[in-house]
Design a protein around this ligand. Structure first.
Ligand code: NAD
Ligand code: IPM
Ligand code: MN
Length: 351
């Protein structure tokens, strides 16, 4: 039985970077079967919804799903439930991929591409485990309406349940055991009830399932500061959906470019993982063929490792990206001149 990778290129630079993923995958794992689908604005334009039931079904039946990016100015005024981003959220929820792994590591060749000093960045290797299917992203009630005093208002609900926190915390502990064994859990328990509950639940889960793991806690604002002051103090950062979103963009930039970092979103064992670059559809450079494909290609690397059980191919791909960078291959975001395709070529040439 061939394994299936569903490609969902999406919008903006999504199709440009996913084309490079496909070229690399065809050479690296020739027996992999590809399927293609629409998501985001691309799906909205064709089917009037940002994710069709048929595409979700394709995703559920695939071994892994690789998504480019969604969104763009064209759909900015569309109703919220029709927006490209709603398609991505529906896909995450539909696959129940509750644990979003966002590594931040710096390839030796790129140490000087960071806006931070070399000694702060060199050797950086941290993993953010972001809860992905709860929090203000999905909490009810939410809306824009008028309150009892006649004032217009907008509101969301930050809410976490016991099973939601426990399952993602256990993933963070498992990952830490394969690393340096340290988890820093992040919230704002000083101001939020959902944050206080998060801290209590993580602490209880640690007592039950945290053998061998050193657990600490930090407020999210302090974590944002510590990430730029001394990022190497962290091993695994565990965060809810919203704080994890923000902190992972910050961590991505530590390494030089948001065009470098991949992510994996995992659900229950045996269900397909969803792999995406951390960056978005980059409307400012879309259509020019200059986007950095590394984040998408390294998302394939994570798919090989976490869903497809092809550790050797994953190692080879990671090494090839490092080697291409060592040889000086750089897209514009990294200060170079290579096009998206040429960066793909440089990685292929490094195998
Ligand atoms: P963005 O990540 O798209 O772009 C931020 C900046 O980084 C831009 O200057 C862009 O040119 C640059 N950039 C991003 N990826 C790059 C790459 N691979 N190579 C070179 N440069 C790159 O974030 P944004 O501008 O805040 O959002 C644009 C759209 O993307 C919005 O509609 C947003 O909702 C959406 N978005 C989607 C995802 C996703 O699909 N997972 C993630 C973030 C944002
Ligand atoms: C991300 C993005 C998404 C999020 C948006 C596009 C829905 O910012 O993947 O980080 O907020 O989760
Ligand atoms: Mn984000």
């Amino acid at each position: 039985m061939h394994q299936t990778l569903l490609l969902l290129p999406g919008d903006g630079i999504g199709p440009e970077v996913v084309a490079e993923v496909r070229r690399v995958a065809e050479i690296l794992v020739p027996d992999l079967k590809f399927e293609n689908g629409l998501v985001g604005g691309a799906s909205l334009d064709q089917h009037s919804v940002p994710l069709t039931d048929a595409t979700l079904e394709l995703a559920r039946r695939a071994d892994a799903v690789l998504l480019g990016a969604v969104g763009g100015p064209k759909w900015i005024n569309v109703a919220r439930d029709k927006r490209p981003e709603a398609g991505l959220l529906a896909l995450r929820k539909g696959l129940d991929v509750f644990a979003n792994l966002r590594p931040a590591y710096c390839f030796p060749a790129l140490v000087d591409a960071s806006s931070l000093k070399r000694d702060i960045i060199e050797g950086l290797d941290l993993m953010i485990v972001r809860e992905l299917t709860g929090d203000v992203y999905f909490g009810e009630p939410r809306g824009i309406d008028t309150d009892a005093n006649g004032y217009r208002r907008g509101y969301d609900t930050a809410v976490y349940t016991h099973p939601e926190i426990e399952r993602v915390t256990r993933v963070a502990f498992d990952i830490a055991r394969g690393r340096k064994g340290r988890v820093c859990s992040v919230e704002k328990s000083n101001v939020m009830e959902s944050g206080l509950f998060w801290r209590q639940e993580v602490t209880l889960t640690h007592a039950e399932f945290g053998a061998g793991v050193d657990l600490s806690h930090m407020y999210a604002d302090a974590c944002a500061m510590e990430l730029v002051r001394a990022p190497k103090q962290f091993d695994v950062i565990l965060a809810g959906n919203l704080f994890g979103d923000i902190l992972s963009d910050e961590a991505a930039m530590l390494t030089g470019s948001i065009g470098m970092l991949p992510s994996a979103s995992l659900g229950a064992p045996g269900t397909p993982g969803l792999y995406e670059p951390v960056h978005g559809s980059a409307p400012d450079i879309a259509g020019q063929g200059i986007a950095n494909p590394c984040a998408a290609i390294l998302s394939l690397e994570m798919a090989l490792r976490w869903s497809l059980d092809r550790e050797k191919a994953a190692d080879a791909l990671y090494a090839a990206v490092g080697k291409a960078l060592d040889k000086g291959a750089r897209t514009r975001d990294l200060g170079g001149t290579l096009s998206t395709r040429e960066m793909g070529d440089a990685i292929l040439a490094a195998f």
